[in-house]
Design a binder for this molecule. Structure first.
Ligand SMILES: [Mg+2]
Length: 178
């Protein structure tokens, strides 16, 4: 379970999400012609909409590269998509600069060694339940949910509930969707 300080949650303006192992299960589905498929959680997707509705910008950041990620981003209205980026902390710093915010206004969800620097540098660094041991050894916040199985939903809910925004955001979303 994630327990956040209210002051830390209230600072968050940008949520940076790793893709493989965070928004998806840590598995690649490959077809015989090498085509790759990814499975995303609709619960995570709705939570991303809630985060945006609450004024938190969401960015996707992956060391790998796939058109599938562009498609998923388009579906969710995520316009900040960074792929093929191995120096993830450099990108996170640039994202913060572009938003005119400090790193403590960034939340990051990751699962593997390439995420550790970023997880340690931001205001709220979250590991998914099945993150690698090196990640679990350094982060303060670990979800109950697995990567690709609601870990992003759990993170966003924790941030919005801690801020006291969750009920309002859900009500607004339902009212505007109907
Ligand atoms: Mg990953």
């Amino acid at each position: 379970m994630i327990t956040l300080e209210r002051s830390a949650a209230e600072k968050i303006r940008v949520l940076v999400l790793d893709i493989d192992g965070v928004l998806t299960r840590p598995e690649l589905v490959l077809g015989k012609d090498g085509e790759e498929l990814k499975v995303f959680s609709v619960k995570d997707g709705l939570a991303i909409k809630f985060a945006q509705h609450a004024g938190i910008d969401v960015a996707f950041l992956s060391a790998r590269s796939s058109l599938i990620v562009e498609h998923r981003a388009t579906m969710l209205g995520v316009t900040e998509v960074y792929q093929g980026e191995h120096a993830k902390l450099s990108r996170v710093r640039r994202i913060a600069e572009e938003h005119g915010i400090a790193l403590d206004a960034v939340a990051y969800v990751g699962d593997d060694i390439v995420d550790i620097e970023s997880l340690m540098a931001v205001g709220i660094g979250v590991a998914v339940a099945d993150a690698c041991a090196d990640v679990l050894g350094v982060v303060h916040h670990v979800t109950d949910a697995l990567g690709g199985r609601g870990a992003v939903r759990e993170t966003i809910e924790a941030i919005l509930r801690t801020r006291g925004d969750w009920d309002r955001v859900v009500q607004d979303y339902i009212a505007n969707a109907s």
